[in-house]
Ligand binder design. Structure first.
Ligand SMILES: Cc1cc2nc3c(=O)[nH]c(=O)nc-3n(C[C@H](O)[C@H](O)[C@H](O)COP(=O)(O)O)c2cc1C
Ligand SMILES: [Mn+2]
Length: 478
């Protein structure tokens, strides 16, 4: 089933017992954030806040669209109890399909039901949440999709980046220098001192947001991937004040220009590694030229923080599949990559057909070749289920040789400044270090010296296994 928007998806979530409507009045100032955070930590439902203090009825906030595996499964059209391995597999398979989008006229586009233009733009019309204590301000863009275009090639990029309300018609944000938005801006607009049109899309269909978290390669088109993944072309409509195309069923679309000659303070914010670690920094400044929105708009939110949440579940999966494809392109014999939510994309599990220190080294090289976003990598043999952290930890504990199985690599100028354990000095120099834990058997070992794993499936002959399984109930066991 292809969802057009969050409203379609919420109907399914409600039917599946995965949505809670909160009709009691709640404050946008920390209360919705705190409720959202506590709900994630209890692995609770997606939330729809229907009554926000200081705002008229109809202006709503949601939290946690795909913040559990069951909701990721439902977004992909799978049963909610689908295994994580199967969810990864289906996601990877559906990435192969691309469908070109449809263009809707503005009369047929729900996101144009209300339009604010020019001097009438007032971002305070929306109940932007103050999500965490200590945040630099009210973040209107958290579970969003930010659209911009390369003016030379026409390539349109979507990415998920945070945006904070600065004044009634200015936003600030912090697209990292490695983000495709920052790269297009730096290469194609800054040299000419030109403002870059952008559109911040809030509350499109659930798949579109996952596509915005996926680190696609340049020139890859997220709108086509979203269509392919949903099995139904995206409906797009042209912006009012630029030629960018945006999802027509979005709840709120903020149109504006990223300014080449201005900076504005952004952050701090409770970030995806699960800490408020940064301070206020020089962010980008966006002058808002229009806001279009549906009647009774839903402002989609992620009360970002410690796992699990949409970032460590849905976005870690999209990152993991992109890593798997990258490793395979580099000729590394990868079977699966898993990005465990608890590791917040700092810890990566890589399963390989053939291991050893050389392969582990190549894995480390892949992850440290350019800007580095990860720092710990565990490489395991094919017999270990990468999605089962009990098996991964067992392999790490029993197969990683502390003297010869650990390799690390230092670098400067390209580490991830949001890595909590780096010192202030390391962060300022973007100095970092990454490690690989080779938890595979040395490929040079002959079979007979490889210890036999003492599990039911591996240490008994098929005959003994079959006999025991067949007689299980006769033993009086369930
Ligand atoms: C909730 C959430 C918030 C994010 N915020 C930012 C951000 O503010 N800046 C940034 O550079 N990346 C941010 N990211 C990571 C990007 O979404 C991710 O790198 C994505 O690949 C960006 O798209 P791009 O590859 O087109 O640049 C965020 C991810 C998530 C899940
Ligand atoms: Mn992108």
């Amino acid at each position: 089933m292809a969802f057009n928007d969050h409203r379609d998806f919420f109907q399914v979530l409600e039917r599946e017992g995965e949505l809670a409507r909160i009709s009691r009045e709640v404050s946008w100032d920390l209360e919705v954030g705190a409720i959202g955070r506590r709900t994630y930590e209890r692995q609770g439902p997606c939330l729809l806040f229907e009554n926000i203090k200081d705002y008229p009825q109809g202006f709503r906030i949601s939290n946690g669209t795909t913040g559990t595996w069951s909701r990721v499964a439902l977004a992909l059209g799978l049963p909610k109890d689908t295994s994580v391995r199967e969810i990864y597999r289906v996601y990877e398979e559906k990435l192969e399909k691309k469908l070109p989008p449809n263009t809707l006229t503005r009369n047929n586009a729900p996101c144009k039901e209300n339009i604010m233009l020019g001097d009438d733009v007032n971002l305070y019309k929306f109940p932007s949440p103050m999500i965490h204590e200590g945040d630099g301000g009210r973040y209107i863009g958290t579970w969003d999709a930010v659209i911009c275009k390369d003016p030379i090639t026409g390539w349109t990029n979507w990415g998920m980046y945070r945006f904070m309300v600065h004044t009634k018609n200015w936003l600030t944000g912090w697209p990292q220098s490695t983000s495709q938005l920052a790269m297009i801006f730096k290469e194609k607009y800054l040299p000419k001192n030109e403002p870059m049109p952008i559109a911040i899309v809030i509350g499109a269909d659930p798949i579109s947001h996952i596509m915005a978290t996926h680190p696609f390669r340049p020139q890859d088109n997220e709108a086509e991937h979203a269509g392919g993944m949903r099995g139904k072309p995206m409906d797009l409509v042209r912006c009012e004040t630029s030629d960018l195309m945006v999802p027509a069923h979005a709840e709120i679309v903020i149109e504006g220009h990223l300014m080449p000659d201005k900076i504005a303070p952004d952050g701090p914010f409770g970030e995806y590694p699960g800490y408020r670690s940064g301070t206020m920094c020089d962010g980008v400044a966006v002058k808002v030229s229009a806001v279009t929105y549906r009647n009774d708009p839903i402002l989609t939110m992620i009360a970002l923080g410690t796992p699990p949440d949409d970032s460590s579940i849905a976005a870690s999966m999209s990152a993991g599949i992109a890593m798997k494809q990258g490793l395979l392109r580099h000729g590394i014999p990868v079977t699966d990559v898993y990005v465990p939510p608890e590791g917040v994309t700092h810890l990566i599990i890589v399963g390989v057909k053939k291991g050893g220190t050389e392969v582990a080294r190549r894995v480390l090289d892949y992850f440290t070749a350019r800007r580095v976003m990860t720092n710990k990598h565990i490489v395991v043999d094919e017999d270990v289920d990468v999605f089962n952290m009990a098996e991964v930890l067992h392999a790490f504990a029993t197969r990683c040789h502390p003297g010869t199985g650990i390799a690390y690599e230092w670098y400067e100028g390209r580490s991830n400044s949001l890595t909590p354990f780096y010192s202030p000095d390391e962060r300022s120099k973007l100095k970092g270090v990454s490690v690989v834990f080779d938890s595979t058997w040395p490929p040079s070992w002959p079979r007979e010296i490889i210890p036999i794993k003492a599990s039911f499936k591996t240490i008994y002959s098929p005959e003994v296994q079959e006999k025991v399984v067949n007689n299980w109930q006769k033993y009086g066991l369930k």
